[in-house]
Design a protein. Structure first.
Length: 349
């Protein structure tokens, strides 16, 4: 899809739940020297992620440094049962860090280029207590996912990405000085993502003073000093390697007469248009091949480009689009996009 890794991989981890059972998924990136240098974890437990950061930055020798070294050098798919009793430092890290997060059974999948042996990172799929062990089919499927990630990491990146409102949203409450007072768990997660492009020892995981966001101070001033008592909503956009985030701000009315007015910030992680299509297109009842062609067609690709991407004939693409149009009772590309984005499939049952 031409998306940067830090946008593509979180979306891929989300989609994995439709294919293989897990409580949460994690991905650790590796730099050119093979060292773990960034992480995305689906859990809302930012404290748990902080333990990963501590591990990546620790010089040891201890359970942190040994675990990081072990993870960064994995050369095959490995499950929890493979290291318990064999790697005491790793087992200790797992028991004291991962299990309190609810991760009782994990599969570690290294992502390595078959030709150059370059390491891109490690995928971790976590299951909770009582869920089944990873089967041979699970391990084979995750190896295929690792190949998909490796291929995606070497694709050309499209810098001009059209973004839409995403599904991950949270709430932050700040005072009139921009100091964080309250937050929901998702708000903290999105704040951590939007405030740093990398999670490592050099950044504060969850900042308390949000005035470093460009435009936030002016946004608060505009809400508190608007003329004639008319309070308006305002928006700040934040861009970094994780993509685009939007802060929608509202002045909260003081109902307790305490004169402690606050600002509510609805923070949302914007989703690339093509990913929005990808997520929704699966609801239309199409075949796997039709879904792929419909995705490229709705994203705006010309028919010949679709044929070239899929290594099929132009005639075959046209035939698929005719079948898709008949199936969905549509007559144009615009109608297909409308069905997908409006989450209303016009299908005769």
């Amino acid at each position: 899809m031409g998306l940067p890794e830090q946008i593509f991989i979180p979306a891929l981890l989300q989609e994995l739940h439709h294919e293989i059972g897990s409580l949460a998924n994690t991905f650790c990136w590796q730099d050119d020297n093979g060292k773990l240098n960034n992480i995305y974890d689906e859990s809302l437990n930012t404290t748990g992620i902080s333990h990963f950061i501590d591990a990546m930055s620790d010089s040891g020798p201890n359970k942190y440094s040994y675990t990081v070294e072990w993870v960064s050098q994995l050369d095959k798919v490995t499950t929890t049962s493979d290291f318990f009793g064999k790697c005491p430092h790793v087992a200790d890290f797992y028991k004291t860090i991962l299990r309190p997060m609810g991760y009782h059974n994990s599969c570690f999948v290294p992502v390595i280029c078959a030709d150059t042996r370059k390491r891109y990172g490690v995928l971790m799929v976590h299951r909770k207590k009582g869920e089944p062990d990873f089967s041979a089919n699970d391990l084979g499927f995750l190896s295929q996912v690792a190949n998909i990630i490796q291929i995606a990491c070497v694709q050309d990146i499209h810098l001009d990405i059209h973004m839409l409102e995403g599904w991950e949203k949270g709430v932050l409450i700040v005072d009139l000085e921009g100091i964080l007072k309250h937050s929901c768990p998702m708000g903290l997660k999105l704040l951590a993502l939007s405030s740093s492009s990398k999670f490592n020892q050099d950044n504060n995981r969850v900042p308390k003073d949000l005035r470093f966001f460009s435009g936030l101070t002016q946004l608060i001033d505009g809400l508190t000093n608007s003329k004639n008592g008319h309070k308006t909503t305002s928006t700040v956009s934040i861009m970094n390697a994780w993509g685009e985030f939007k802060l929608h701000a509202f002045l909260m009315a003081d109902l307790s007469n305490s004169n402690e007015s606050q600002i509510a910030l609805n923070i949302s992680w914007q989703e690339p248009f093509v990913l929005k299509l990808f997520h929704k297109i699966k609801t239309l009842g199409l075949t796997s091949r039709q879904e792929t062609i419909a995705l490229f067609y709705a994203a705006g690709d010309q028919l010949q480009i679709i044929a070239d991407k899929l290594n099929i004939s132009l005639h075959t693409v046209k035939e698929h689009i005719r079948n898709i149009s008949t199936r969905l009772n549509i007559k144009s590309r615009a109608e297909l996009v409308g069905i997908i984005l409006c989450e209303k499939a016009l299908i005769e049952v």
